[in-house]
Design a protein around this ligand. Structure first.
Ligand code: ATP
Ligand code: MG
Ligand code: FE
Length: 340
């Protein structure tokens, strides 16, 4: 059973073909990062226009690389939220047109559920239940994945997402966009205990996050050092900032797993590519006797293979969309029910 999927929620135009929900036959990703880099962030209007230019070639490449044609496809999945409305609309419109023309059923996929499902591609034997820590450019959430189609949100960020904090701190440190990977590399050379940055909302069994105070603390530290004309060890700043983010993420994930009685933790979203986070969470899980999973970096950031995986499991239960499917920029996790 082959699923074809499209992902255009932000600044990656991607199409992929996945077999039986788990085997990636192709995963073509056309990244617009170089286009947006000179603006220091994603420019929504440019993103939409680039998606329009890229989407059809990317679909052709995905089918070709998979050795498949449209007639081999059992379901067409597409990200319909959350994300940038104009960007989402490109994928949604094309997927609806393809479905209408071919008669292949259409599946509307939640981007965040897709991020979680990247783990099923990376780990063929992984099955729910587990605790998922979703850490991406726009979201930071703890999700109890009870089954393939059953999710419970335990808590999320009140302000900035983890990835957003990485990108904003990196921007002030004059690192390229998106800053996460650059902070990650710099942090590896610094002392994580050099500067005591705040760990917000670290109370026991609280599953909400807050990263805007941490971001401000780093900016204040850099500004006051600049004013006093002190030398700054940027590697120490990166390492200390990253350690503050990681501490909170790791502690809350383990508490959430304990409270829900699950024995597996999975990492999802772009920040799941962070080497410090993987190392610390891996270590703490091992200490607690919990199995720990994360995807390869290419499956952590936006890609259509994870959407095709999610679409496969919706296809299994007949969770299809009709031609009224619309982009939903602030779609909530687990929002879609069969037949709605
Ligand atoms: P969302 O999924 O919430 O809609 P998004 O799709 O823009 O947001 P992703 O593509 O999942 O976000 O992830 C991009 C984010 O991941 C960026 O903030 C980027 O800096 C961050 N990121 C990527 N690699 C790393 C890394 N190694 N360390 C830290 N952050 C990273
Ligand atoms: Mg992106
Ligand atoms: Fe994403």
């Amino acid at each position: 059973c082959l699923t074809l999927a499209l992902e255009t929620s932000c600044d990656e135009t991607s199409a992929a073909v996945v077999a039986d929900g788990r085997i990636v036959l192709s995963n073509i990703i056309s990244s617009q990062i170089p286009v947006h880099q000179k603006y220091g962030g994603v420019v929504p209007e440019i993103a939409s226009r680039k998606h329009i230019e890229n989407v059809l070639p990317v679909i052709d490449q995905a089918l070709q690389a998979a050795g498949a044609s449209l007639t081999d496809i059992s379901a067409i999945g597409v990200t319909y939220g959350p994300g940038l409305v104009g960007a989402l609309l490109v994928g949604v419109s094309v997927a609806k047109a393809l479905s209408f023309a071919s008669g292949i059923p259409l599946v509307g996929v939640n981007h965040l559920e897709g991020h979680i499902f990247a783990n099923f591609l990376a780990h063929p034997k992984l099955e729910p239940p587990f605790m998922a820590l979703v850490v991406s450019g726009g979201h930071t959430s703890l999700v109890h994945v009870k089954g393939y189609n059953e999710f419970a949100l335990l808590g999320q960020t009140r302000d900035d997402a983890a990835g957003e904090a990485f990108d904003k701190v990196a921007r002030v440190m004059k690192l390229p966009y998106p800053g996460g990977p650059y902070i990650d590399a710099l942090a590896a050379k610094g002392n994580p205990e050099a500067i005591a940055f705040p760990r917000a909302l670290s109370g026991k069994n609280s599953f909400e996050f807050s990263f805007s105070g941490l971001k401000s603390a780093v900016l204040n530290y850099l500004n006051s050092a600049a004013q006093k004309q002190e030398d700054i060890n940027t590697a120490d700043v990166a390492a200390s900032f990253q350690a503050a983010v990681i501490d909170v993420l790791v502690n809350k994930s383990l508490q959430a797993a304990a409270i829900c009685g699950v024995e597996q933790i999975v990492l999802a979203g772009g920040v799941a590519a962070n080497s410090g986070l993987k190392a610390k969470l891996g270590y703490e899980c091992q200490q607690a006797g919990i199995s720990f999973f994360y995807p390869d970096p290419i499956l952590c950031t936006d890609n259509a293979a994870m959407i095709a995986c999610r679409a496969y499991y919706q296809h299994q239960i007949g969770d299809y969309a009709d031609l009224h499917l619309n982009a939903k920029p602030s779609l909530k996790l687990g929002a879609r029910k069969v037949g709605t």
